[in-house]
Design a protein around this ligand. Structure first.
Ligand code: ADP
Ligand code: GLC
Length: 461
């Protein structure tokens, strides 16, 4: 079975958030399961492929010259890199000052139209689209192959002006959105199946509070909307075999975590004693709720906890974190940046991992943390509900501590509960063994997608 899998991000070629990891992880696992996957993504430039060939695409004049470079990438394997005017940039979406490229709509509508041309010229058994960047592919295909659209983050919809409705293709009417063009809304209406990246996210996005304006159309999809939880790459996120760690460990050698903890505290410049160390690894955006934690920093001494944050993004928030770290040097350390190697150490050396998200379609970091034995403290949103049962409420399955409301006070209460549990070394070790033994790999999710593809190819409705 051949699947065209189109995405704007793919690790390690172009990484902004979890979409990159999810696309790479699922793509690789589908290939292992015997699916012939064309990984189709924008050509942002500066990527060398081996055994390269070029496909010229036939596209409308407004798209400009569109080609695909096909070849082998040393990590990602066979790639299809779609080149359209304006696509090659140092960052997929953002200028150096953190604002979006002013022509992002043009760039991704061109990309989508080029992908549609590729699909028309060489139709696959299944077309799998991801997020708004790829949505408008369906505006151009009058007889598309069976199609799946995955929603990784409904907060981003790529809404553009009405002028695009004239250009994007014969099915453009489906993409009309309150007088504008919404590349995601049309795709959600036209796809055979819509997949949200966790079961609980399905529940949230079909309510007015969580649907970012699309809850109505999503409810209309009924059983065609399903939730499939993401996985993580358990070869990369492996505490037992890992080039980034001072000491490797597994469930039978948990004491080896101590060496990682000591090294991490030293790296963060925090005192090394029994006080629990909690870490955060995140993009600094409204979604991630780090601003709900800043008011709690003066209280860390009383909980007690020390907090280490690795994060990049919003300049106002990073300024605030720098100021707070200077004022509370024994309780808060802030590393401003995106650092994959340090992120492994932040999971392996921490006693607990904090994720104060306002919303979280799936979330990968809580799974990464659990794989490394860092006890998750999370809000009760999105995929965090599916992956982190509360250890005080569910003594059999519980793995973490959950703040029921997205508020600083509830997060504080969950941090208190975690600190109390961490004092009990025996019960903590049991909790760590339980969370480290959960299978977070892509094997199960990929099987679900293969089943879904087969149903669609068979024509089951
Ligand atoms: P989102 O996609 O919303 O940012 P996810 O939890 O799905 O959230 O995925 C984030 C991915 O990016 C994870 O693999 C995480 O380890 C990584 N990551 C996030 N922030 C950083 C950072 N500052 N440094 C290194 N890795 C990061
Ligand atoms: C988005 C979401 C995140 C999810 C990721 C991969 O970036 O914010 O929750 O894990 O996509 O699906």
């Amino acid at each position: 079975m051949r699947v065209v899998f189109a995405t704007a991000e793919l690790s390690p070629v172009a990484t902004v958030g979890g979409l990159a990891a999810a696309a790479a992880g699922l793509g690789a696992e589908l290939r292992r399961a015997g699916i012939d996957v064309d990984l189709v993504m924008p050509d942002y430039g500066d990527v060398d492929l081996v055994d390269e060939t070029t496909i010229e695409l036939s596209v409308p004049e407004w798209v400009g010259a569109a080609t695909i470079r096909v070849g082998i990438h040393p990590v990602a394997g066979r790639l299809h890199l779609v080149g359209v005017p304006g696509m090659a940039r140092p960052h997929p979406y953002l200028q150096a000052d953190g604002s979006g490229w002013v022509d992002n709509s043009e760039r991704f509508f061109r990309f989508a139209r080029a992908v549609a041309a590729f699909v028309e010229a060489d139709p696959p058994d299944v077309l799998h689209l991801n997020d708004w960047h790829t949505g408008a592919v369906l505006a151009a295909l009058e007889s598309p192959p069976p199609t799946v659209v995955s929603i990784h983050n409904l907060a981003y919809q790529g809404v553009a002006g009405p002028e695009w409705l004239e250009l994007i293709g014969p099915l453009a009417a489906h993409f009309e959105w309150w007088g504008d063009t919404n590349p995601l809304s049309g795709a959600l209406a036209l796809a055979d199946r819509v997949v949200a990246v966790s079961p609980n996210y399905v529940t949230e996005i079909t309510t007015p509070g969580g649907g970012f304006g699309l809850d109505g159309p999503l409810r209309q999809r009924g059983d065609a909307l399903i939730g499939v939880l993401n996985g993580i790459d358990t070869d990369v996120w492996n505490p037992a075999d890992n080039p980034h760690l001072v000491a490797t460990f597994d469930t039978s050698s948990l004491s080896a975590r101590t060496a990682n903890r000591t090294a991490l505290l030293a790296r963060l410049g925090l005192p090394d004693d029994d006080t629990p160390l909690v870490t955060i690894v995140t993009r600094l955006t409204h979604q991630k709720g780090v601003d709900l934690i800043t008011p709690l920093v003066p209280l860390l001494e009383q909980i007690p906890m020390r907090l280490g944050i690795l994060g990049s993004g919003d300049a106002v928030l990073s300024g605030e974190l720098h100021r707070l770290a200077a004022a509370h040097p024994n309780h808060l350390a802030f590393v401003d940046g995106y650092d994959e190697s340090l992120s492994h150490q932040m999971f392996a050396g921490a006693d607990a991992f904090l994720m104060p998200s306002r919303f979280e379609p799936c979330g990968l970091t809580q799974m990464q943390a659990m794989r490394y034995g860092a006890v998750p403290i999370v809000t009760a949103v999105g995929g965090l509900v599916d992956t982190v049962p509360d250890a005080d409420l569910d003594t059999r399955r519980g793995v973490g501590f959950v703040a029921q409301r997205v508020e600083s006070t509830d997060l504080l209460a969950a941090m208190f509960r975690a600190a109390r549990r961490l004092k009990d070394k025996r019960r903590t070790a049991a909790l760590q063994k339980r969370m480290m033994s959960i299978d977070w790999s892509w094997t199960g999710p990929a099987q679900t997608y293969v089943k879904l593809y087969r149903e669609l190819v068979r024509g089951d409705s």
